[in-house]
Design a protein around this ligand. Structure first.
Ligand code: TRP
Ligand code: SF4
Length: 328
């Protein structure tokens, strides 16, 4: 089968994968590697824009993420997996793009404004952080990506990439490819405390959790608050356990829905069933992960293999950019 178009996406290394990653991104990535020429990379420089004070976990987080990707079914023969910081060409392109990017574009960036509020100026009112979208543009443009799958929050960054590409093309003759954003439908997965599942909230169920850990965590999940007694009628649409059943117990959701509404199903049973599902679903994952963790040089080999494909593309682009900007 010939693959349609070049697709690129990057992730900041966040370490062990959790169910939110799986439902949100990983399922898409596994499918996309069959359909498109895929560039998947670890955005470790992007991680540094917020973790610069305490970067000690970075290496381990990268290792976990790469192992997680492979254990879930990304195949280095079908997609190109690499690490951003292995390609200095990206940093150099970032420099050139920064020359043509007006400050106003960056200051207006809604993601930036939000993060400034959320994380605080002390941490992210930096040269590096305001340039985050320029670095992202370099990631994308250096590989001439046709498509970039993104969540809603990243749409403004993609728009900036396109604007930067247009400006470059204006000054130095058409060269940069304007990538298309593919808005990926990612159901919001809630953690055990009812907030968005995230490592930093400490509410995540990891794919590598043992069946016992999964059971313990699922037992803590918040259900329909209107169900005070076991046989009160429930409202599955407000229950985050039900939301996970919709992802992982597809063939049973109609029954679960009915029994919850009738009050003939207890939340404890419902939770234990979900926990069992999750444990079974990721059984192979847990085994593969354990195995890969033991292989010396496993992650290094994968990243080197990916680099072998990614580097010539990046260097060719950089060469062309230098030529057009008269830096040779
Ligand atoms: N900014 C993205 C995020 O926070 C990560 C990222 C970096 C990215 N470079 C990219 C995504 C290039 C798509 C394309 O999740
Ligand atoms: Fe949620 Fe299941 Fe309890 Fe209904 S029975 S509220 S779906 S956990």
């Amino acid at each position: 089968m010939t693959k349609k178009g070049r697709l690129l996406t990057g992730y900041r290394p966040t370490g062990k994968l959790h169910i939110g990653h799986y439902v949100g991104n990983m399922q898409n990535m596994i499918r996309m590697q069959e359909e498109h020429e895929c560039f998947f990379f670890i955005a470790d420089w992007h991680a540094l824009t917020t973790k610069y004070k305490d970067p000690h976990a970075l290496k381990e987080d990268i290792r976990e993420m790469v192992i997680g990707w492979i254990a879930l079914g990304l195949d280095p023969k079908k997609c190109i997996i690499y690490r951003q910081s292995d390609l200095p060409a990206i940093a150099e392109l970032h420099l050139y793009l920064s020359m043509v990017t007006p400050m106003g574009w960056l200051e207006r960036n809604p993601t930036y404004k939000e993060q400034l509020k959320e994380l605080g100026a002390k941490l992210v009112y930096t040269y590096g952080f305001i340039g985050y979208p320029v670095l992202q543009a370099a990631d994308i443009l250096i590989m001439h990506a046709d498509m970039v799958p993104v969540g809603e929050d990243q749409l403004p960054h993609l728009e900036l990439t396109r604007e930067i590409a247009r400006r470059f093309n204006n000054y130095y003759d058409d060269y940069m490819k304007e990538p298309e954003a593919i808005l990926s439908e990612t159901p919001r997965v809630l953690g055990t405390d009812g907030r968005k599942m995230s490592k930093s909230y400490g509410n995540a169920i990891y794919l590598s959790d043992s069946p016992e850990e999964i059971k313990k965590k699922v037992r803590k999940m918040i259900t329909d608050p209107a169900r005070m007694r076991a046989h009160d009628p429930g409202h599955p649409e407000v229950c985050s356990v039900f939301a996970l059943h919709q992802q992982f117990s597809m063939e049973m959701v109609a029954d679960i829905d009915k029994q919850c509404r009738e009050g003939t199903r207890t939340c404890t049973d419902c939770k234990d069933m979900l926990a069992q599902r999750l444990a079974d679903k990721f059984n192979d994952f847990r085994e593969s992960r354990e195995e890969y963790l033991k292989i010396p040089g496993f992650v290094e080999d994968i990243l080197e293999g990916g680099l072998h494909h990614a580097r010539p593309v990046a260097e060719e682009t950089l060469h062309e950019v230098r030529r057009r900007m008269n830096i040779e």
